[in-house]
Ligand binder design. Structure first.
Ligand code: C2O
Ligand code: CU
Length: 434
């Protein structure tokens, strides 16, 4: 069986896996990282996959925190190697950002670490390992983080839909070979099996749902086809739109989130638009119907964010390297401004409150999803108009994207490609805000 066929073959199996119950924010939350076995493939194709999970599950439990309320998680490391947890997209205190070597020491096997922060923004976030992340996230150390609005929108179900892909052997076990040169120098470690994790609930036609789409894959961009839903996008990367927007085909780079609110018109199916055709990721069944709401798709309450002024200066961030990328000055596969990997000195020292324009230039043959820690930023249109407010931006090969960021959160913040294979091989840097 060809590996390429394998992806096609397994595509016909849409199986709902058990999904951990949401944890109430009031309970003390413990995340235990440990090896686990889980049936990812439909059983007719293979057995369980050897993974690393939080609390015995991939993805980890959906954590629900209340906006502007202290949230505490104890990480217990029961792995055979170090780890640390990053709270992706949350504008939190630097010491809680979970980056070993920059904001904390790695958590050794048998040790624990207390993460405590006050999430300022309601919305859809996620958490994942930030140690050997291209491998630990690919093995399963990631999960959804929902920061609840004080007044949630009127919907019948609030549903987390987390995507990922894995490279599996035919018996269902994890293919090793993490870090192989070919993957690293191209688009990264692409899985041969992909799916969406959804809770086991039955919908009725006419119900209104909120769907929180999260791309938890290490390297894969997901262009999505959503069936059985009529509605709009209400937020990107946790941050609400002023007005809901038509979705067309949502494209999620690794780590990006899209919130939609939609009315159910039939069985819900989520598919990935793939060169092999539409690839089914999973869905939700429908039985019966209710009278649909007449009200328009609601707007989410805005988060309190300071608006950046005009930029004090412009920074250039030129991505180079990879296959078909030509020479660059870095000493690894990928580089930013001809430097590979973390350096003692930051890319930029920024005074707290300063606004920077950053020109991200993709001088490579691959797309890169660039993530800045601890902040959200505006994507700028070519004419400088402020677009979406995000924490991860997808820059296509041979193009550039300017962003505008008000650096108002003091500390050492990583900026890196969220194609984690690229990050592992040089595409990372950091910014000091003081
Ligand atoms: Cu979601 Cu530095 O990562
Ligand atoms: Cu990249």
């Amino acid at each position: 069986m060809e590996r390429r066929d394998f992806l096609v073959l397994t595509a016909s199996g849409i199986v709902a896996l058990p999904y951990s119950a949401a944890l109430a924010a009031a309970e003390p939350v413990v995340l235990t990282a440990a090896a686990t076995l889980q049936q990812l493939l439909p059983t007719k194709y293979g057995g369980p996959t050897n993974l690393l999970g939080f609390n015995g599950s991939v993805p980890g439990p959906t954590l629900r925190a209340a906006q502007n309320t202290p949230f505490t998680v104890r990480l217990d490391n029961n792995l055979a190697q170090d780890t640390a947890v990053h709270w992706h997209g949350v504008r939190l205190a630097n010491a809680m950002d979970g980056v070993p070597g920059l904001t904390q020491s790695a958590v050794s096997p048998g040790d624990s670490f207390n993460y405590e922060f006050v999430p300022p923004d309601a919305g859809t976030y996620w958490y994942h390992s930030h140690f050997l992340s291209n491998e630990q996230v690919a093995r399963g150390l990631m999960g959804p983080l929902v920061v609840e609005e004080n007044t949630p929108p009127d919907v019948d179900h609030d549903i987390v839909a987390m995507f990922a892909d894995w490279r599996l052997q035919e018996d269902g076990t994890m293919a090793e070979g993490f870090g192989n040169m070919h993957d690293m120098a191209h688009a990264g470690r692409m899985g041969n099996f992909a799916r969406v994790f959804l809770p086991k609930i039955e919908l009725r036609t006419g119900q209104r749902i909120r769907l929180r789409l999260i791309n938890g894959a290490v390297d894969r961009v997901f262009p999505l086809i959503l069936k059985g839903l009529s509605g709009k996008i209400v937020a990107l990367d946790g941050m609400p739109f002023r007005e809901p927007r038509e979705w067309g085909m949502p494209v999620l780079a690794p780590a990006q989130r899209v919130d939609i609110i939609a009315d159910v018109t039939g069985p819900v199916e989520l598919e990935m638009d793939h060169r092999q055709g539409a690839y089914p990721l999973g869905g939700l069944e429908v039985s019966g119907s209710v009278a649909p709401r007449q009200s328009p798709i609601p707007t989410l309450p805005p988060n309190k964010v300071s608006t950046p002024g005009d930029p004090a200066r412009t920074l250039r961030l030129v991505m180079r390297g990879g296959a078909m990328g030509g020479q660059h000055g870095g000493d690894d596969i990928w580089s930013f401004n001809d430097v590979s990997g973390m350096t003692d000195a930051p890319l930029a020292e920024v005074t707290r409150g300063e606004t920077l324009r950053i020109q991200m230039v993709n001088d490579t043959s691959f797309p890169h999803g660039i993530h800045l820690h601890g902040h959200h930023f505006y994507e700028l249109a070519a004419d400088g108009t402020r677009g979406d407010f995000r924490d991860t931006t997808l820059v296509d090969p041979g193009t550039s994207r300017d962003i505008l960021c008000l650096f108002d959160n003091p500390g050492k913040w990583m900026m890196h490609c969220h194609m984690l294979s690229h990050q592992a091989r040089g595409m990372k840097t950091w910014v000091q805000v003081s």
